[in-house]
Design a protein around this ligand. Structure first.
Ligand code: G4P
Length: 534
């Protein structure tokens, strides 16, 4: 830090240092929503049982003014952020859409966080969606804190769960806390750092913080019986295996501190939140498209990580979600789109908390703001002050696993269909692929989750006036290939080669079995995994 830095830069650095911007990655039902509620409870942002997140879960029954499609399906197609204070810090928890609304947006959110909490169900361990999301984190080298949840219910052997993390994710798990007992006998956690036992008491319905009592080992040994002896045995094994925290390896995404607990009863939630504050990195310099770090105290800049259309059908607006990367954002300031050079109005900037919008007066590195009617902004775009143009490295396209054959059902609307498809492709709503012999009127649409097709169909029909049919397509997996291999693959059965607009060639397979077979029979073929391949 230079001594003669202007006070404004000092303030930006201080505000950035107070922030932790993270996401929760998990398989559906592992407890993401419950844990989010409990974070808000511990952050003092939520009163018992009446939280915004709970409302999210109950939204099937509630009338919202959001996108028609969302209402029809009763699910959210929007990833929002919850911001809450904890200790003297500000936490921004970005929602990664899951369940039926799992889509490329789920992955893109991870381009805007500095850390992730990986929640596992203690009875299930690593599941398909955890693995896919983890792959995206790994690609970005995002530090991951692991929370093994639902320890109040019968769970698997904790050592076996650690082995699974190590084997399946090639991630070094280092337990920071260790459970004493499980299921109905789960009484507390040994904090390996402090060497003491934290005993919890349940509160009615888990609506207030769990009671905590620090118990010294000698006392715990007499009071906790065999559960204590078993936990001690496991800890001795961990110590002997040298399972120690290494901050550098954590920050590089190679090692994950592991916490056990129960989001439902609040056991272990405080220890986890403390770890997010104490271990997860604060917003730091972001690399621009030239690979140069842009420090947090540089002039205002942000990255667009999601664009949500038509959130409010009455206004047909479009909201771009931006994560502040550097500088201070003040409502009303003039900002420029890095890609188009156009000036954007920020008079109606919002912070987005759950479904509620409130006007954002200012925001600091790590915070998320929503800009309404920023029609030209696309995912990955930079916005900045007029004086300091910035460009970020593009957000990659992720491994699609769902495919459809698109066709305009009204031939008089072919032109609208073509321009609509191009627009959706450029916005990243779906990936658009074409076979060498294919025409512009029959593209292949590819997506991470089927919800993307619903959004594409809805927008083509209502925004571009092009009624479409999206027919099921036979493929289930894609690999990146090159010109030379494409020629050979094109002559084989059970595989289709198609090109994206950016020139990337993808080989599409009808079955994973066939893909594996081709790979073993033709090891010379280029068939690279794409990001997010579970
Ligand atoms: P998700 O967002 O990851 O999909 O999971 P969510 O929090 O909705 O939790 C899925 C189910 O698991 C919920 O039960 C929730 O109460 C339960 N759950 C979450 N954490 C714990 C935990 O620590 N212990 C136990 N025993 N259960 C947990 P549900 O019956 O599907 O919903 P609800 O009626 O309880 O809301």
């Amino acid at each position: 830090m230079s001594i003669d830095a202007p006070p404004a830069a000092n303030e930006v650095r201080q505000q950035a240092a107070r922030r932790r911007t993270f996401a929760i990655i998990s398989h559906p039902d592992a407890g993401k929503t419950t844990l989010t509620e409990k974070f808000l409870l511990y952050g003092g942002a939520l009163t018992a049982g009446a939280g915004s997140v709970k409302a999210k879960r109950d939204r099937r029954a509630t009338a919202t003014d959001w996108m028609e499609l969302e209402r029809r399906r009763g699910i959210s197609v929007t990833s929002a952020v919850v911001q809450f204070g904890y200790r003297d810090r500000v936490l921004n928890l970005l929602d990664t859409p899951g369940h039926g609304d799992f889509s490329e947006d789920t992955y893109r959110v991870l381009s805007a966080v500095d850390a992730a909490v990986m929640v596992l169900d203690g009875a299930k361990g690593i599941e398909a969606q955890t693995r896919k999301l983890f792959e995206v984190c790994r690609n970005r080298e995002i530090p991951i804190v692991t929370f093994i949840n639902k320890w109040d219910r019968p769970a698997r052997d904790p050592l076996e769960l650690l082995d699974e993390i190590e084997d399946q994710l090639v991630l070094d798990p280092v337990p920071v806390t260790w459970p004493v007992g499980d299921g109905g006998r789960f009484s507390g956690l040994i904090d390996r750092r402090a060497g003491h036992f934290v005993r919890f008491t349940r509160t009615a319905g888990g609506t207030t913080a769990a009671g905590e009592e620090i118990v010294v080992s000698a006392q715990a040994e007499t009071e906790e019986g065999t559960a204590w002896a078993e936990a001690q045995e496991a800890i001795e094994l961990l110590d002997a295996a040298g399972a120690e925290l290494d901050v550098k390896r954590f920050e590089a995404g190679e090692l994950s501190p592991v916490f056990f607990g129960s989001a439902l009863t609040n056991f272990g939630v405080r220890l986890l939140l403390d770890a997010i504050i104490d271990m997860a990195p604060a917003p730091a310099a972001r690399l621009d498209a030239d690979g140069d770090p842009r420090p947090v105290d540089a002039g205002f800049s942000a990255v667009v990580f999601k664009v949500q259309s038509n959130m409010d059908p009455a206004h047909r607006d479009r909201m771009a979600f931006l994560r502040v990367c550097s500088g201070r954002f003040e409502r009303g300031m003039a900002i420029t789109s890095g890609r188009t050079g156009k000036t954007l109005a920020t008079k109606y900037a919002h912070t987005v908390v759950g479904r509620d919008r409130s006007t954002a007066e200012d925001a600091w590195p790590g915070d998320v703001i929503g800009l309404v009617n920023a029609a030209d902004l696309r995912v990955g775009d930079a916005v900045h002050t007029a004086r300091e143009p910035v460009r970020w490295t593009p957000v990659p396209a992720f491994a699609p696993s769902s495919f459809r054959l698109a066709r305009c059902t009204d031939t008089s609307k072919a032109k609208q269909f073509r321009s609509g498809v191009r627009q959706l492709d450029s916005e990243g709503v779906v990936q658009v692929l074409r076979r060498p012999e294919g025409s512009e009127s029959a593209p292949i649409l590819a997506a991470v989750g089927p919800l993307q097709f619903d959004v594409a169909e809805h927008r083509l029909r209502h925004e571009f006036g092009a009624p479409v049919e999206l027919a099921p397509a036979p493929w289930t997996a894609a690999r990146r290939t090159d010109e030379a291999s494409a020629a050979a693959l094109g002559a084989m059965s059970g595989v289709t080669v198609a090109a994206r607009d950016d020139g990337e060639l993808l080989a599409l397979f009808e079955s994973p079995y066939w893909l594996a077979r081709l790979q073993s029979d033709h090891p010379d073929l280029t068939l690279e995994r794409l990001i997010g391949e579970g």
